[in-house]
Design a protein around this ligand. Structure first.
Ligand SMILES: NC(=O)NC(NC(N)=O)C(=O)[O-]
Length: 401
């Protein structure tokens, strides 16, 4: 399976890679305009799967490439595209990934950001035949919606798409909510993927307080802050849109090596094992949880035997203590059981309503514990936001050993 790739955290990788990809097509990200898409469409930038190279693949336009690739420019100007984020939010870092673009990568790029009320009504078309919109045409349309596009990344040289140079990481320190990005290539060329790492920011004031919603959903500002293991799939996948596409679209740990040689179960049929795995998530807004869904979709020979959920309410300052440095798996004994240990089934949606939940107060963080290991495709925490606002300050992400 192409995207079932081990998430191996290498120490020189930036912390921001742990946040959500707000531009991913599976989160609703969309390219709304590109100056030129001769060799390969800009929508490829937002694909979830890692870039591929197929040596024998050609189209009538040239070599098939898995990314956005424009013509060799023979007229003034440069190429650019506009991306509407699937989830508007605060951006903490970018990866301009040039994988497999070697003799045809874009030598330099810059990125601009805007917070637009709605998508610009771009009727301009970048195509494979004529010349696309000029900068002045674009400005005329975009300025109707935004005073200015802010520079997130100045014009910067990119590295070519060899396996050891393809990731061009840019930490971003920009405190405002972003809805759209403009990616500029100077002057032309190819970029495989644009990953936009950050945390969603929802306008909670517009929401009737009686509404129940999934408080941990990516689109509602949920974010994974720590985990014990993510060998096959990152826990952030659990808060993605809709049901999971495949096993790669979920949280999957490696098999624990401390499993007893002969397994035993207790009276409830739950395996007696010493080890477990965990993931901590911060809700988009503190709230009272009244229904939980744990979906093991696609995990058939590798679903966890059991799970439980703990929860707590932390202020941003308290959170800072646990997240700055290393997230402690036991933040000052603040965890309280929300869902008692439950036996799980393969490839199944498990629903737990208020009667099964052990507490009713407002919570801001949860810890999903699975035993001994395995995969969970989705976690949904349905509830009502409470009036206290959790200002999500930037959480420095660190992995635990
Ligand atoms: N061999 C190539 O990749 N050539 C060209 N690109 C594609 N995709 O065909 C080019 O000129 O950059």
């Amino acid at each position: 399976m192409a995207d079932r790739k081990a998430v191996k955290i290498v120490s020189d990788q930036p912390d921001f890679l742990q946040f959500n990809n707000l531009a991913c097509e599976t989160a609703g990200g969309n390219v709304i305009f590109a100056t030129d898409e001769w060799f390969a469409p800009a929508s490829n930038l937002l694909k979830r799967e890692p870039p591929e190279f197929i040596a024998s693949a050609f189209t009538e336009y040239g070599k098939w490439m898995d990314g956005w690739e424009t013509r060799r420019k023979r007229i003034p100007g440069h190429d650019w595209c506009i991306i509407q984020l699937g989830v508007p939010g605060i951006i903490h870092g970018l990866d301009v990934d040039t994988s497999f673009f070697t003799g045809n990568y874009s030598p330099s790029a810059s990125v601009q950001a805007a917070c637009l009320d709605e998508s610009p009504a771009l009727t301009l078309e970048g195509d494979r035949t004529g010349m696309a919109a000029s900068d002045s045409q674009f400005e005329a349309v975009a300025k109707l919606h935004s005073e200015s596009w802010e520079e997130l990344v100045p014009v910067t040289e990119l590295k070519p798409g060899y396996s050891d140079t393809c990731h061009n990481y840019f930490p971003i320190n920009y405190p405002s909510r972003v809805t759209h990005l403009r990616l500029n290539m100077y002057p032309d060329g190819g970029i495989a993927r644009l990953k936009v790492y950050g945390v969603g920011q929802k306008d909670w004031s517009a929401l009737p307080t009686q509404d129940q919603l999934d408080l941990v959903a990516l689109v509602n500002g949920g974010v994974c802050l720590g985990y014990s293991d993510a060998h096959f799939g990152h826990p952030r996948n659990m808060i993605g849109l809709g049901r999971s596409a495949n096993m790669g679209d979920g949280w999957e740990t490696a098999r624990r090596l401390d499993r007893p040689k002969n397994l035993q179960v207790d009276g409830k049929g739950i395996l007696q094992v010493p080890g477990y795995e965990w993931a901590v998530l911060r809700l988009g807004h503190p709230g009272v949880i009244s229904q939980i869904e744990i979906d093991t979709n696609h995990f058939k020979g590798n679903f966890p035997d059991s799970c439980k959920i703990e929860a707590c309410h932390l202020t941003p300052e308290e959170e800072g203590k646990y997240v700055s440095g290393r997230w402690s798996s036991d933040p000052g004994n603040k965890w309280r059981v929300l869902l008692q240990p439950q036996k799980l089934q393969a490839h199944h949606r498990h629903f737990y309503s208020c009667d099964s939940l052990a507490q009713s107060g407002p919570v801001s963080h949860v810890r999903l514990v699975i035993a001994p290991d395995g995969g969970v495709s989705r976690l949904r925490l349905w509830g009502r936001p409470t009036s206290t606002r959790h200002t999500s300050k930037l959480s420095l992400w660190k992995l635990m050993a």
